[in-house]
Design a binder for this molecule. Structure first.
Ligand code: SF4
Ligand code: SF4
Length: 408
């Protein structure tokens, strides 16, 4: 038996009865039709290596990365196989042996270091001026060439991050509670207007919002790439800061940050909420809000909300149908992954593109003006997918839609 895989319990692997049900739902398998793409294939491979019938080589490490961690296999699996634990631990073991893939190094290194992130932001602003821009009015995207791999879409990084200093935003009416806003990397640097809108909506609903300046990346990109050491360092710093602040809870507009907090930040001394969870408490109040002109909205379920946090699937529809002027249009496969999957898009861009195209076509078929979601990675990737199809639909965040509907 291979000792290196002892962190993956044999009992986890034995739970898989190789039924293949996960093949029907796996977006990567549906884009490749290759057995190593799906959880069953990866579990079989790990089992073989663990029992000494296969070896952990670079090809195996690449297969472990061929997964968006969308958790659709987890959702369908009748045997309750702990797939997320298996694949993240397998990536960790492979990273210990081979290091991170070159496509992952830049992002995970920058995300660990605020100064580096500032420098990367300045560079990307320069690159943004040089390379072709998206026509999308809502979320502009630069197309950066990746040698030998095509291009990658990145949102415009705004000058000056949102949480450049500690800030308190007072409630606009009688106080409902006090929440810490955790913007995460993307909403503090790229989608800054979304952060402003999120704070505006919550203060309108009576919350005092505190935004700490010294907070770090939540560490999810490092954890998913297999770099647990960096994840633990980031987590420990964040827990110390967040636990020292007196508040009723933490709110974030990022599905991946929230999923990561709820599952991996066991030391936190206060609850963490996804933005839509907080909005759900105020459906009566937002039913007085309206749009300036009628709009059609559809919703893309981020994997880390619908499965990662198990929030009700009908929650976005309940929120948007309570606002006058919004027509909610259902989308086929709304809970299917968009193909982003963190560094999956960089390591397996061709497969990611196929999943992204399927998502874009489903969105276009709704005829909606806006596809709304609550994850910056999804917004970035879906915006790129819609751009490629020259669609008129704009991808945006729940907070951006709600902010324009606030009762005047
Ligand atoms: S659905 Fe579950 S038990 Fe069936 S093959 Fe997939 S992981 Fe194994
Ligand atoms: S997590 Fe998603 S992409 Fe990965 S194997 Fe399961 S269904 Fe496929």
């Amino acid at each position: 038996m291979s000792d290196i895989f002892k962190k993956i319990k044999q009992e986890w692997l034995n739970r898989c009865v190789r039924c293949g049900s996960c093949r029907n739902v796996c977006p990567v398998f549906n884009a490749t039709f290759e057995e190593p793409s799906v959880s069953r294939g990866k579990i079989s491979l790990i089992d073989l290596i663990k029992k000494g019938h296969g070896k952990l080589d670079r090809e195996a490490a690449l297969i472990f990365k061929k997964c968006t961690t969308c958790l659709r296999c987890n959702e369908i699996c009748a045997m309750d196989v702990p797939y997320e634990d298996i694949i993240i631990t397998a990536r960790e073991i492979a990273t210990e042996k081979f290091g991170l893939f070159k496509e992952e190094i830049a992002a995970t290194t920058a995300l660990k270091n605020e100064n580096l992130l500032d420098t990367a932001g300045n560079f990307s602003r320069l690159a943004y001026l040089l390379f072709k821009k998206s026509k999308s009015p809502g979320n502009l995207v630069s197309k950066f060439p990746i040698p030998g791999k095509g291009t990658a879409a990145l949102p415009e990084i705004k000058p000056g991050k949102f949480n450049y200093k500690d800030r308190t935003f007072k409630p606009a009416r009688e106080k409902t509670g006090k929440l810490i806003y955790f913007p995460g990397c993307m909403f503090s640097r790229a989608y800054v207007d979304t952060s402003k809108n999120l704070v505006r909506v919550l203060t309108t609903l009576g919350y005092e919002i505190f935004v700490p300046s010294n907070i770090n990346c939540c560490g999810a990109p490092s954890l998913h790439a297999g770099d647990r050491k960096s994840f633990e360092e980031l987590k420990n710093k964040n827990v110390e800061i967040l636990n020292s602040i007196n508040a009723d809870g933490i709110v974030t507009g990022c599905a991946t940050c929230c999923h990561n907090f709820k599952h991996n930040y066991k030391e936190l001394n206060k609850p963490v909420y996804q933005f839509i969870e907080v909005i759900e408490r105020h459906l009566d109040e937002i039913s007085k809000w309206k749009t300036e002109k009628p709009i059609n909205i559809t919703w893309h379920h981020p994997c880390h909300i619908v499965r990662g946090q198990n929030l009700p699937k009908d929650l976005p529809e309940r929120i948007f149908t309570s606002i006058k002027g919004i027509t909610f249009v259902k989308m086929d496969e709304a809970d299917n992954c968009c193909g982003m999957g963190g560094s999956f898009k960089m390591v397996h861009p061709a497969v990611s593109d196929r999943i992204q195209e399927r998502k874009a076509l489903n969105i276009i078929a709704t005829g909606a003006d806006n596809v709304v979601t609550e994850c910056p990675g999804c917004i970035m990737n879906i915006t790129e997918g819609l751009e490629k199809k020259r669609a008129n639909t704009i991808c945006t965040h729940t907070a951006d839609i709600l902010a324009m509907c606030i009762e005047k």
